[in-house]
Write a protein that binds this ligand. Structure first.
Ligand code: TYM
Length: 388
């Protein structure tokens, strides 16, 4: 496999996920842990899309002991959201519904402003608003969920400074791949994201916080873990996923960098568009001709439509096994597999879009206000760390 590089701001090449674990020093999901979780288990976790962790076992232990637990997952508003971006939020909702977790959702408009020269403040602010409609559509419980927006929530600055004091420039350079040409905002920003990861503890006292994200966000978890105990907090836990594959490659990341539409399924795509994109672009593990396919069979493990079904959209274990066997044996054709996957994805999106229009009808700002920190909570953040 060719060389690859994964940072929070760039993913190049075809990712070798096992190699990446060694590079990052995270662990594979421990055996047996899935059985301990409430049913139905979050599909991408059960099927190995979430494939690595840091202290997930301790998080599950704390849940079993009925201790307080939280989940943090966020969004950097760099454009409209695609299917891959929304997955960690559906995961967070599962942790809230099934395990009673408090959920904190940060919006890092500052980050996305800092990391691209050409980006304007007004752009990231607009995308923050647009993305929030999708995030609200996921359906979090307002009693147990808070949303923070970096440019607006200036009370985050003080804890960010407290955290920043404990991270050296050489750590930032090594962990995030920063260079002398990186602007200084970019050097500081990781301290802000570390505060996101700590925030449930600032609000509710020290307890275990799990961060479900794609593996590109792991560097933030690593530095947060180094600092947590130094500031009297519990070490952050992480649950790391692969990337949702790009339409065009089972090894690539669904991403719009480079602006290629054909790699991506947008959250706003309608049934016809999903079908057209899957039929036309989804990388196939089938043989080049029907005759050859019937004779030699297909390769589900590299077929993007199959992977979408396996990781996200086919809940039924028996059905996914049947599809796998039938495709591998050559009985099921690529066209049939694609049509089935397109149907499943479109119906997931239809439900998401229905909830999205409800948010729009209710008024997104009003809906958002249910999730913002109240005055008492803001004070708690500002009171934190007096002796640090
Ligand atoms: P962002 O906005 O780049 O991505 C949002 C979330 O989606 C994940 N992700 C993907 N997952 C699967 N397949 C893909 N192709 C794919 N592309 C992106 C990302 O890993 C992320 O979980 N810095 C963050 C935003 C942030 C945050 C946080 C995340 C701010 N504070 C605290 C977690 C916790 C970012 O830019 O994500």
């Amino acid at each position: 496999m060719a060389e690859f590089r994964v940072t929070p701001w760039e993913v190049e090449g075809e990712v070798d996920y096992e190699k990446l674990l060694l590079q990052f020093g995270a662990d594979p999901i421990p055996e047996g842990i899935i059985e301990e979780l409430p049913k139905p288990v979050l599909l991408p976790l059960k099927r190995g899309y979430f494939y690595a962790h840091r202290d997930f076992d301790k998080f599950v232990e704390d849940w079993k002991e009925e201790k307080k637990i939280s989940v943090v997952t966020g969004r950097g508003p760099s454009g409209p959201m695609h299917l891959g971006h929304i997955l960690p939020f559906y995961a967070a909702r599962w942790f809230q519904e099934k395990m009673g977790a408090f959920v904190l959702i940060p919006i890092s408009d500052d980050e996305k402003y800092l990391v691209r020269k050409e980006r304007k403040v007004s752009e990231v602010e607009r995308f923050a608003r647009e993305n929030l409609v999708d995030i609200l559509a996921v359906g979090f419980d307002p009693e147990r969920t808070r949303i923070v927006i970096d440019f607006e929530d200036t009370y985050l600055y003080k804890p960010a400074v407290i955290v920043a004091k404990r991270v050296t420039f050489s750590t930032m350079k090594a962990v995030f791949g920063l260079t002398n040409e990186s602007n200084v905002g970019w050097v500081f920003y990781p301290a802000v994201q570390m505060v996101h990861l700590f925030l449930p503890q600032l609000l509710l006292g020290p307890h275990r916080v799990l961060v479900p994200v794609a593996v590109d966000q792991d560097p933030y978890i690593r530095v947060a873990r180094d600092v947590a105990e130094k500031v009297g907090l519990v070490k952050t836990a992480g649950l790391l996923s692969k990337f949702m594959p790009s339409l065009e490659s089972p090894f690539g990341k669904m991403s719009t960098s480079g602006g290629v539409e054909q790699k991506v399924i947008w959250l706003t795509d309608d049934k016809e568009t999903v079908r057209r994109k899957i039929m036309k672009y989804a990388f196939s593990g089938g043989a080049p001709t029907v005759e050859e396919h019937r004779k030699y069979g297909g390769k589900p493990e590299i077929d993007v439509s199959f992977l979408y079904l396996l990781y996200f959209f086919e809940e039924d274990d028996r059905k996914i096994r049947e599809i796998e066997e039938s495709y591998r044996s050559g009985e099921m054709l690529t066209g049939e597999l694609k049509a089935y996957a397109a149907e499943k994805i479109a119906s997931f999106l239809e439900e998401h879009q229905m909830r999205r229009s409800k948010v729009l009808d209710a008024g997104p700002e009003e809906k958002l206000s249910e999730y913002r920190l109240n005055e008492e909570e803001k004070r708690a953040v500002l009171e934190w760390g007096k002796d640090l």
